[in-house]
Write a protein that binds this ligand. Structure first.
Ligand code: AMP
Length: 250
């Protein structure tokens, strides 16, 4: 069974984001980039499927500019068998990524398509849902546990408000990963060296017969409002008084 994992290159979670002066987006120059944390979790899960003998091949795919190759190399160093780079300089938003993923899935015929539940840059949380819709495959989003059945199915636990929901899906299926699913491994030095020999194939949207046109326009990106400095209160009574009469929250 093949597992396809979509991995996105994003600004590292530890970087302090700076909005560009012209408000068109955030500063990307000389900023540390990494694999989106939810995609690391998706890849870790796929590697565990392979180690448990449930999957025979783990393929990572990333869409975007030439630097995506770096993210794919990280995926290969974590343990993926091979990688696909869908190369484009056009800014990509969830629907375009979903269409490209559908085309890659049509070529690769995976039994499971794993994605992060969201990319921490745009926080869209849309791609998994859209690609499942396009492929007409069942989907389980925000997975916190995945286990295989014996009837070509998987069972997925997902955290919902106030509890856990358990879904059984017929394969092929789309699964998006939540934070508690697993703790991703680090790429070890020997595996980083080995990854240099693994294949990264390159495709273009034209080769995949996907036309990319932006379906929305970002009008403005601004900093969040500055927080006012805090004040120390002398007693609980004073705190309650301030919450009631100044902040008007109780
Ligand atoms: P989003 O819907 O943008 O929040 O992204 C959800 C998930 O879709 C990510 O965690 C990735 O698994 C996948 N994804 C989004 N954009 C890309 C991309 N450019 N390349 C590969 N995977 C992507």
């Amino acid at each position: 069974m093949k597992v396809l994992v979509a991995v996105k290159r994003v600004i590292d979670y530890a970087v302090k984001i700076r909005v560009k002066a012209d408000k068109t987006g955030v500063e990307m120059n000389n900023v540390k980039m990494s694999m989106n944390p939810f995609c690391e979790i998706a890849l870790e899960e796929a590697l565990r499927f392979r180690e448990a003998g449930k999957a025979s091949e783990v393929v990572v795919v990333s869409m975007g500019g030439p630097q995506c190759v770096e993210t794919l190399r990280t995926g290969l160093a974590m343990g993926a068998d091979r990688a696909i780079h869908v190369s484009t300089e056009i800014p990509l938003y969830p629907l375009a990524v979903a269409k490209l993923l559908r085309a890659v899935a049509a070529n690769e015929q995976p039994q499971i398509l794993l994605l992060g539940k969201q990319a921490i840059d745009d926080d869209a949380n849309q791609t998994g849902q859209m690609v499942a819709g396009l492929l007409k495959w069942p989907q389980a989003t925000f997975a916190s546990k995945v286990y295989f059945g014996d009837k070509n199915d998987v069972t997925v636990e997902r955290e919902v408000d106030g509890g856990l929901e358990t879904l059984r899906l017929q394969l092929p299926a789309v699964i998006t990963t939540d934070l508690r699913l697993n703790e991703p491994r680090y790429a070890t030095l020997p595996n980083i060296m080995k990854a240099k020999k693994k294949t990264i194939s390159k495709l273009t949207p034209e080769e995949l017969k996907v036309e990319i046109k932006p379906d929305f326009k970002i009008l403005e990106v601004v900093d969040p409002p500055k927080r006012k400095g805090g004040v120390m209160v002398g007693s609980v009574d004073e705190l309650v008084d301030k919450l009631k009469n100044e902040a008007h929250v109780i």
